[in-house]
Design a binder for this molecule. Structure first.
Ligand SMILES: Nc1ncnc2c1ncn2[C@@H]1O[C@H](COP(=O)(O)OP(=O)(O)OP(=O)(O)O)[C@@H](O)[C@H]1O
Length: 591
């Protein structure tokens, strides 16, 4: 019930529309109730041979029918606007709310599930709020008013003819109750199927590379099968209940024909009244069924509302206090104090980072080295607060990142991912993503510095070439250089680079390294290094092992004092750079 009231809250901005459509619905209902009485009057006039009255009442019926038609059109237009308005508001709210949630929330969600909530559930809520509520009010009132009119004509006959009504409504209620969880489960399973399809399409490269289409097909078939079974169950419920709801009112009609017909024969009731009565009961058939349907709609809306509120009630866990300041003046000195990060403490998994104490001086470059899963990505994710540490604190230029305005903080940190994401937009828009107001010259300058200008010029439409999911597919190395240009244009105080370019050819690697070197200049840089030649670009090195900081220092210090680092260097590529480094010269760094 609480959910129901909360759903009604969505109508608040559309109050005028709701009342207007209710008003038009009531007015149309007035005509609906008048028509049977007028029909009865026509029959009486026929019986009396009064042609004038037949014409007059006939015209009234025509006018009433016309009035109802016009009012219904207006009501539907207004209700449609309300319904779509609710959908519009809800979509915005859900989307804005999702955007505000921290990355950790998305780690645990299937995209398909979220999509389904944002479409299927939203639809059922808006149908109910836009139409369902009015249908319920209109049907219930039509039943009440018609019943009153019938009681005025003949109370006994009214009582007999209306016997099935409470049963119909009760069965409709019951149907709504059983149908609700069944329908909810159908929605849940559709969501699972969407998620399955989404995963297959998203992972199409892997599916094809391993020729596992059959496995994906089998999984999808299983998911579709589950939707089928559950939909069949819901269909069986419908098949049983809906005809029953249609059948019961016929009993009322039969009773009326039997009792009323006898009354007309023995003269205790006029044929006109009988006809009016009969027409009233026929008029009721629609509203009774409609009430059942609308109640079902209400049930579904409540189920969907519950799922939507699950998202809307999920508070963002990484927030910023109102009026929080931006980063203080400084050149990007970073300090991690006793930092521990546990992604999922409830599950009891080992923390990704444990008790890290690390200081990176302003303007220097730190290479993060460590085996897979050692926590390199996790460590840099703490800087722009993609995640907050479970314990300890992260300070930038002396300020705890938790106390800063999150947008301002993030605009001072640029990230170049190991698998850079490009939006379905032009190359120019992608580079200017963080600074949409950048001039063409600035964009091109960033591209030049990122060693991307040359290949961009060779693209079919240069900077206007569409890339990303719906555009031209660029190679990994090209995407990375566009991402570096994007980061350069943002002029960040701190730069985070994930250098996973091991798959590119030698000349691309050179270019990327030049680009990285350019990007690092004058700013604090964290570089996740996968190769020794990248480590060579750094001033200091931090080695991570199972989430702990195994050692930290310059190349020479580590080489001298740390066995693990020595091992890394020995087992790594025998890169001459390392041994001769001091200071790093472009030639020896492999540039
Ligand atoms: N979003 C996440 N949710 C839960 N656990 C995570 C998440 N991201 C990483 N982990 C876990 O945290 C640990 C550290 O992962 P992280 O990605 O930081 O390592 P990494 O050193 O960057 O590895 P790689 O070199 O393979 O990218 C791993 O055990 C990983 O499974």
């Amino acid at each position: 019930m609480a959910i129901f009231w909360r759903l009604l809250g969505f109508l608040r901005p559309h109050k005028v529309g709701v009342w207007a459509s209710l008003f038009f619905a009531m007015a149309a209902m007035g005509f609906t109730v008048a028509i049977p009485a007028l029909t009865g009057a026509v029959v009486t006039a026929i019986q009396e041979g009064d042609a004038d009255n037949v014409t007059r009442y006939g015209m009234f019926i025509l006018a009433a029918a016309f009035g109802r038609w016009v009012l219904t059109v207006i009501r539907r237009l207004i209700a449609g606007r309300v319904s779509l308005g609710v959908e519009f508001d809800l979509r915005q709210r859900v989307y804005t709310h999702l955007q505000g949630l921290e990355l950790g929330f998305f780690d645990r969600q299937q995209t398909g599930q979220l999509m389904s909530r944002a479409t299927v559930d939203l639809q059922s809520v808006r149908f109910f709020l836009g139409y369902g509520l009015i249908f319920i009010t209109q049907s219930a009132l039509t039943i009440v008013f018609t019943a009153v009119a019938m009681f005025i004509i003949d109370p006994v006959l009214a009582a007999i003819a209306l016997i099935p009504v409470p049963f119909v409504v009760w069965i409709a209620f019951r149907y709504g109750r059983i149908a609700r969880p069944a329908q909810q489960e159908v929605q849940q399973r559709i969501a699972e199927t969407t998620a399955e399809a989404e995963e297959t399409i998203g992972g199409v490269r892997i599916v094809k590379a391993f020729a596992r289409e059959d496995r994906q097909e089998a999984r999808f078939e299983h998911a579709v099968g589950r939707v089928f079974d559950q939909s069949m169950y819901a269909t069986r419920l419908r098949a049983f209940y809906q005809p029953l709801i249609g059948f019961l009112p016929q009993l009322g009609l039969a009773l009326l024909l039997l009792v009323g017909g006898t009354q007309v024969i023995n003269g205790s009731m006029s044929l006109g009244h009988f006809t009016a009565f009969y027409t009233y009961l026929v008029t009721l058939l629609g509203p009774m069924r409609m009430l059942g349907m609308a109640l079902g709609m209400a049930q579904r809306a409540v189920a969907s509302g519950a799922r939507l509120f699950e998202i809307l009630d999920r508070e963002p866990r990484i927030t910023t206090a109102p009026g929080a300041p931006p980063l203080p003046e400084g050149d990007g000195r970073v300090e991690l104090r006793g930092v521990t990060l546990d992604y999922d403490p409830e599950r009891g998994t080992a923390p990704a980072l444990r008790g890290i104490d690390l200081t990176v001086e302003a303007g220097t470059t730190l290479a993060l080295v460590g085996g897979t899963g050692s926590g390199k990505t996790s460590l840099v994710a703490l800087l722009p607060r993609l995640y907050d540490p479970t314990a300890g604190e992260v300070l930038i230029d002396g300020a705890n990142v938790r106390d800063l305005d999150i947008d301002a903080l993030r605009s001072d940190i640029a990230v170049v991912d190991d698998d850079p994401f490009l939006f379905s937009a032009s190359v120019r828009e992608n580079i200017a993503y963080a600074r949409p107001d950048a001039t063409d010259e600035q964009v091109e300058e960033a591209a030049r510095r990122a060693q991307a200008a040359e290949f961009i010029d060779r693209l079919p439409d240069g900077y206007e070439t569409r890339v990303g999911e719906r555009g031209l597919t660029l190679s990994g190395g090209q995407r990375q250089r566009i991402a570096i240009a994007r980061a350069l244009l943002a002029e960040p105080r701190i730069l985070v680079l994930d250098d996973a370019t091991s798959a590119v050819d030698a000349s691309t690697e050179q270019q990327i390294k030049l680009a990285l070197r350019e990007a690092m200049q004058g700013r604090t840089t964290f570089i996740i290094a996968h190769r020794l030649s990248t480590i060579a670009l750094a001033d200091e090195i931090a080695v991570l092992e199972d989430g702990e900081l195994a050692c930290h220092g310059t190349h020479d210090e580590l080489l001298e004092h740390n066995a693990l680092y020595r091992e890394i260097v020995e087992k790594g590529l025998p890169d001459q750079v390392f041994l001769n480094r001091k200071p790093v010269e472009p030639e020896v760094a492999g540039l």
